[in-house]
Design a binder for this molecule. Structure first.
Ligand SMILES: [Fe+2]
Ligand SMILES: [Fe+2]
Length: 170
């Protein structure tokens, strides 16, 4: 981690790869959640959204492939472990869990796009912009099914700021 003239943390390629691997673990989680929830959601009011969740599952798989491709391009090794998936028998609880994850995902990708651009990785930024547009669609679908307004994205925890690079500390 290095700092710019304002003493703010500047992203490195290595850190970007680490963060993209966390994003990839989130995409795996989303695939699993949508595969399972689309099949176990029961009840007439949820038949429409259950079908929609099958579509989400396929879109999350395409996100995972795109992120893995970018990690490989940046010289990293794509992660193989999903973030934990919440299980429930309650339809609204499943939809809320999905929505919570989507909000975190949108927050993470907003940050990732800024970081990609800071490093001049414009193709990565382009790929992430395509993905974030679909994640926002997912938020709308889930919020509609829950009969609520789309809540704001959840901001990721801030990177430590003002930390001096190791070489400059001595
Ligand atoms: Fe996704
Ligand atoms: Fe999504």
């Amino acid at each position: 981690m290095s700092t710019n003239d304002n003493g703010e943390t500047k992203i490195t390629r290595e850190r970007l790869v680490e963060l993209l691997n966390e994003d990839l673990a989130g995409e795996y989680q989303a695939i699993i959640a949508y595969v399972v929830y689309s099949q176990v959601l029961k009840g007439a009011p949820y038949m429409g959204i259950a079908k929609e969740l099958e579509v989400h599952a396929a879109e999350e798989l395409s996100h995972a492939i795109k992120i893995a491709k970018q990690i490989d391009y940046l010289g990293g090794m794509p992660a193989v472990t999903p973030k934990p998936v919440k299980t429930s028998k309650e339809a609204t609880e499943m939809l809320r869990a999905d929505l919570q994850n989507e909000r975190e995902t949108v927050g993470r990708y907003r940050e990732r796009i800024r970081q990609a651009e800071a490093l001049g990785e414009f193709a990565l930024s382009e790929v992430l912009r395509g993905i974030i547009a679909q994640e926002q669609e997912h938020e709308i679908d889930l919020s509609t099914a829950l009969n609520i307004e789309v809540p704001p994205p959840i901001e990721p925890k801030k990177e430590p700021r003002g930390e001096k690079p190791a070489a400059a500390r001595r």
